[in-house]
Design a binder for this molecule. Sequence first.
Ligand code: NDP
Length: 284
Amino acid sequence: MITLIGLGPMGQAMVRVLLENGHGVTVWNRTAARADDVVAAGAVRAETPADAVSASELVLLSLTDYAAMYDILGKAEDALAGKVIVNLSSDTPEKTREAADWVKARGGRFIAGGVMVPAPLVGKEEAYVFYSGPQEVFEKHRDTLALIGRADFLGEDVRLAQLFYQAQLDIFLTSLSVFLHASALVRSAGEPVAKFVPYAKDNFGMLAYYLEDAAKQVEEGEHPGDEANVTMMGATADHIVQASRDAGIDVALPEAIKSHYDRAIAAGHGRSSWTSLYEIIKKD
Ligand code: NDP
C-alpha cells in the first residue's frame, strides 16, 4: 500500500499510474470530492490525514507548497514515526531542509522530489523526477518512485531536488515570458505570432548548443570574447529595450537583461564573452 496526499492534477495522475501498476493506494485530500474519481478507479479514501499516513510506510505528498504539508501532517504528527515522507511539492530549498528536520524530529524519514513534467506526462517515457535525501531510504523505494517517471537521485543534501527543480523552472518560466515578450514585439507591427514561431523554435533549439561551453567558462571563470563580446551584445540589449518602448510594450524583462550587460561592462567585462555576466549574477 502507498499513501498519496494531495489530489490536484499531479496527485491524481500519480494515483492512476500507481494503480495501473498494481499498487494499492490510499488517498486523502482537503477537498474530499477531489478524491472521487481516483476512488472510483480503485484508490482507498482515508477519512483523516492520520488515517492516510497510518495506512502505508511510503507517503507521497503532492501539494501546492510546503506550508500545506504542515497544515496536513500537523494533524497526523503521532502517525509519522517510521514513515517515509516523499514530498513532491514545489517550494524553496531552505523550506525543504526545514521540512526534512520537522519530519525527522517526529521519527519519520524525508525525501524531497521535484516532478519535471505536467500531469498528462506523469508515468510516461518523458517523465523524470529529481530526488534528494537519505540515499538508503531512496533506494528502498526507487522502483516504486520510478513508476512516476525516471528517478534521478541527486544526493543526500535534501535541498538538491528542489534546487534543480527551481533551476529548471527558472529556465522554463523565463523562456515562456521571453517568448510572450517577443510575440508582443512582433504583434506590435500587426504581424501574426504564427509567422514568427518557426524562427523562435530555431532559436530555442540553438540555445542548447551553447550550454556545455558556457558551463566550462562559468566553472573556470574564463570568458574569452573573441567571437562576440559584452559591449556588442549590450548594445543589442539596449536596442531591444528601445524597440519595446517604441512598440509601447512592457520593458521590465529587456531592462533586466540590459542591466546585466550594463553592470558587466561597468565591471570591466566589455571585451569578454556573454558568459562573463555570470560574474555579475552570482553575487558571491
Ligand atoms: P495544485 O496546486 O492544483 O493542488 C495540489 C493540492 O494541494 C490540492 O490537493 C490542494 O487541496 C492541496 N493544498 C493546497 N494548499 C493546501 C493546504 N493549505 N492544506 C491542505 N491541502 C492543500 O497542484 P498540482 O497538482 O498542479 O501540483 C502539485 C505540485 O506539483 C505543486 O507543487 C506544483 O508546483 C508541482 N508541479 C505541478 C505541475 C503541473 O503541471 N501541474 C508540473 C510539475 C510539478 P484542495 O484540493 O483541497 O485545494
